[in-house]
Design a protein around this ligand. Structure first.
Ligand code: ATP
Length: 296
């Protein structure tokens, strides 16, 4: 038997609207069981890329393989192996979460148990309420439930936790971790850097339709090897800041000089710092982009 193919393989992907390149030559490979986060400013090309992979938009160039097939020609059996959570909410106002999940489950060959999904997305208490009466965050949780009810091999999540309260986000992160542990491959887009850091095995940063960097959250943009910033106060209360590649040595020296060092901090660039410095040149070039709604 040959080695299993990566569930997502993309080479030189291109998509143009009019004379504007929304996706301008993206390469991407995502392995089975991997959680991959696509980051990028508004209008960067994330949704366009993801919707091409989902088979909802046609590309203008490049090759795409998703679960071994070209999304442009793949059929229903292929779609059955995907879970998709779009940015928009469900709009099924008159039925209940249990009914929505149960009827969606019927579409799939190997659905999850409806009660298990309700519990996994924290909607057990709301299972019998009309969807129209749910809060925005609760509707979003239902969207996620609808995305996973079919036991997908590959799950697409477009800004999945928008509107979640902090506890719901943490519960969601746990759910995604357990899905990935079970072998589900997950591609998500998010504007939350802490979410990417918590969830993703690797992140890709897109701006102006190009992939600027792909790496683990810890190593993105050389983060792990960048200088540490050490700040402290001396005996008379004067604040000091020093950047160093050897913070442990500096802290030891300060400890020897001052004893307990007042207001000591040691920091390295956060994922957000690194992300912002990667995209900064592209923001300046593009000007400000309006917030976009997805055309499903
Ligand atoms: P956001 O974070 O705001 O969701 P995004 O990274 O998902 O943004 P896309 O929605 O992929 O960005 O948009 C990429 C570019 O393509 C933008 O400049 C956008 O204006 C343009 N675009 C997207 N969809 C269409 C469309 N249907 N028709 C014309 N232009 C479009």
């Amino acid at each position: 038997m040959s080695a299993p193919q990566a569930p997502i393989r993309v080479t030189d992907l291109r998509k143009t609207y009019g004379d504007r390149a929304a996706v301008d030559g993206i390469d991407l490979q995502i392995e089975r069981g991997e959680v991959f986060a696509l980051l990028g400013p508004n209008g960067a090309g994330k949704t366009t890329t993801v919707e091409i992979l989902e088979g909802f938009r046609k590309r203008d160039g490049g090759t795409v393989s998703v679960l071994g097939e070209d999304p442009q020609t793949a059929g229903l059996a292929w779609r059955n192996r995907l879970g998709i959570v779009l940015q928009s909410t469900t709009g099924l106002d008159l039925i209940t979460p249990r009914e929505a999940l149960a009827s969606t489950a019927k579409v799939y060959r190997t659905p999850r148990d409806v009660d298990e999904v309700l519990a996994a997305v924290g909607l057990t208490d709301k299972a019998g309420d009309r969807i129209g009466k749910l809060s925005g965050g609760q509707r979003r949780r239902l969207d996620v439930g609808l995305g996973i009810i079919g036991t997908p091999e590959l799950l697409f999540l477009d800004e999945p936790t928008t509107g979640f309260d902090p506890q719901a986000r943490r519960d969601f992160w746990e759910l995604i971790g357990s899905l990935a542990d079970g072998g589900t491959t997950i591609l998500l887009t998010t504007h939350y850097l802490d979410e990417a850091e918590q969830l993703a095995d690797r992140v890709g940063v897109i701006a102006a339709g190009r992939m600027l960097a792909v790496d683990t959250p810890a190593n993105l943009g050389g983060r792990s090897s960048s200088l540490a910033t050490v700040t402290w106060e001396d005996a008379v209360g004067t604040r000091h800041t020093e950047q160093t590649s050897t913070p442990t040595q500096l802290v030891s020296r300060l400890g020897a000089e001052l004893g307990e060092v007042p207001k000591l901090t040691v920091t390295r660039p956060s994922l957000e710092d690194t992300y912002l410095s990667l995209i900064a040149p592209h923001l300046a070039a593009a000007g400000s982009e309006p917030e976009l709604e997805v055309v499903a």
